[in-house]
Design a protein around this ligand. Structure first.
Ligand code: AMP
Ligand code: ZN
Length: 114
């Protein structure tokens, strides 16, 4: 976790455009946005993927989702609709090994995703 990109963003060692922060979670703009609004919501504890989740993470995972709902309203995308998602592992396209919830909005999305 010493060389984890998102842990460095949490420690403010790497800059990010932060849109929300509290004691447990941090949310910042994705550096390569796939929609007009593309925000990543991460826990302040290092968990690499959904595969490493434990019972003790229940509250933290709920807080990620609750935060996505708050930020969607804050960013003005709640009424039109938005997409949230976790990529888990290589087949899903995960590239940063610190759990993050994608929040995308400001356009229409296809289903199923590619
Ligand atoms: P994933 O492919 O699900 O692991 O998502 C990782 C996301 O992190 C991608 O959408 C990247 O564009 C984004 N990302 C990578 N580096 C940074 C960074 N320094 N600041 C903000 N977002 C980043
Ligand atoms: Zn990390």
């Amino acid at each position: 976790m010493g060389d984890c990109l998102f842990c460095k963003i949490i420690k403010k060692e790497i800059p990010a455009e932060i849109v929300y922060e509290n004691d447990n979670v941090l949310a910042f703009k994705d550096i390569n946005p796939q929609a007009p609004t593309h925000i990543l919501i991460i826990p302040k504890i290092h968990v690499p993927t959904l595969n490493e989740l434990e019972e003790s993470h229940k509250e933290m995972m709920g807080e990620l989702l609750l935060t996505s709902s708050k930020i969607a309203k804050q960013e003005g995308i709640a009424d039109d609709g938005y997409r949230t998602g976790f990529n888990c592992g290589e087949a899903a396209g995960q590239t940063v090994w610190h759990i993050h919830l994608h929040l995308l909005g400001g356009r229409s999305f296809n289903w199923p995703p590619g």
